[in-house]
Design a protein. Structure first.
Length: 461
């Protein structure tokens, strides 16, 4: 509608000018070199307009001829870029589809058509990875490091290759170098944190963990749990270096951060007891017991109460039962202390109560021990042991990454090296981290010591 209106306006203007010239006739005389040209004013205007139009047309023709080579060159380059980007797109689709041959072919074609190495090198590297040519992929990724705009992509590719090859030392170096280029990249912070933790660089891992939580790479709840684990490991490290105050400080910080975290509560209780602070040590266990009754806490509690007389130990242990009266672990903890001081009736009462709440292998073994110790009844003991053999496996510290079972908790899995992967659960397939009794050593974890180095795994059963 608007274009039609403008056309009508233009026609009206032309008609108006024509009418205006017709109403005002006149003549134009041109005397040049003895020639006299005489015409009407309107005709002179038309001739002038025609000459100007022809001049404009002639100018455009000449300009087009002069610019033809440049125009053809620009068109040719445009076509090459179009074909190059089409090949690049097809190559990326092939990479996503896992078609290594097409991806490699399209990478070579795009490289020949486009003068943009950053894009073609990345596609070539990905195509090489699909074909399993890690050496060629590494060469492409390494070449990308020479260009600022592709350095981060190159580092990511090399980092992925190092992780795939299991070279954590090189992966850690690459991750730190990549972080210097992109310090707030979530996936990179998560990877760097995991590598630092696996390498035992606890202080650096703690700093990176805080950045990862802030960047959203790790949730706040999981971040607190990971930080508590790091603090416990720092506590062990400080103790090995003879810094008992720092060891206690780190353990206490872990316990305050996650009060129900069993390793933190047991660690701080033993350190407090070693420092002669028995009352705070007992309170630490009792605080955690209300949240998460656990055999390791009961062991730590017995260590704290070791210097008390037998009846006092039984009386104080009853606090755990009061804190969680409907949990089998409370009754088992009290039964174990009663067994140790030969209060057979008390032990049997609590073992039977625990049996009502939650039967387990460990419970049947304790009942067998009670029959031997109190009545020297081997037949009854064997009956309980037979039930223990038929019962489901007891929970243990099991790695969620490889399903290996460890006799004690640790920040790192001794089988696969995963960090903070040990959970208290019944394993579905057992891979023992405990060296067999027939070998020279077995893993032990004394209250004031930390096991050093991974154990020798047995075959899965």
């Amino acid at each position: 509608m608007t274009r039609a209106l403008w056309f009508l306006i233009k026609v009206a203007i032309v008609v108006g000018i024509a009418v205006w010239l017709a109403d005002r006739p006149g003549t134009v005389n041109i005397n040049w070199q003895g020639y006299v040209v005489e015409t009407s004013f309107g005709v002179a205007v038309l001739i002038t307009a025609a000459v100007l139009a022809f001049a404009v047309f002639l100018y455009r023709v000449v300009r087009g001829i002069i610019r033809a080579p440049r125009t053809l060159g620009r068109y040719s380059r445009s076509r090459r870029r179009e074909r190059g980007y089409k090949a690049l797109t097809r190559g990326m689709v092939a990479v996503a589809a896992g078609d290594a041959a097409t991806a490699r072919k399209m990478a070579r074609k795009a490289d020949g058509l486009l003068n943009e190495p950053p894009l073609t090198m990345l596609l070539s590297a990905q195509a090489a990875q699909l074909q399993g040519d890690d050496r060629a992929a590494k060469e492409y990724f390494t070449a990308m490091l020479d260009r600022p705009e592709t350095a981060f992509l190159g580092l990511r590719g090399l980092l992925t290759q190092s992780l795939k090859a299991g070279d954590r030392v090189e992966a850690l170096q690459l991750a730190r170098r990549a972080q210097s280029l992109q310090p707030n990249t979530p996936w990179l912070l998560g990877t760097l944190y995991d590598l630092e933790a696996r390498s035992g660089d606890w202080a650096a891992a703690e700093g990176t963990l805080q950045q990862a939580v802030q960047a959203g790479a790790i949730s706040a709840d999981l971040g607190r749990r990971h930080r508590a684990t790091l603090l416990i490991e720092r506590s062990f490290e400080a103790e090995r270096r003879g810094r008992s105050d720092a060891a206690l400080s780190h353990a206490q910080a872990a316990h305050d951060l996650v009060p129900g975290f069993v390793p933190a509560a047991a660690r701080v209780a033993r350190l407090l007891a070693a420092a002669g602070k028995l009352r705070p040590a007992a309170k630490a266990v009792e605080r955690a017991w209300r949240i998460n009754p656990h055999p390791d806490l009961a062991d730590a509690y017995r260590d704290v109460l070791a210097n008390y007389d037998p009846l006092t130990r039984v009386k104080l242990t009853d606090k755990l039962r009061v804190a969680a009266p409907n949990n089998a672990e409370s009754h088992i903890a009290l039964a174990q202390v009663s067994l140790a001081v030969q209060l057979w009736g008390e032990a049997r009462t609590h073992l039977n109560k625990a049996l009502e709440l939650q039967p387990s292998r460990r419970l049947y073994r304790l009942l067998a021990e009670l029959e031997r110790e109190e009545r020297q009844d081997e037949e009854a003991a064997r009956a309980w042991l037979a039930q223990a053999a038929a019962a489901p496996a007891d929970p243990s510290w099991t790695c969620t990454a490889c399903n290996a079972v460890s006799p004690t908790w640790g920040g790192l899995c001794g089988h696969c090296g995963a960090f903070d992967s040990l959970e208290w659960k019944a394993p579905t397939m057992t891979v023992s981290l405990m060296a067999p009794e027939s070998t020279t050593t077995a893993i032990t974890h004394q209250p004031s010591e930390r096991p050093v180095g991974p154990a020798v795994p047995q075959s899965a059963t």
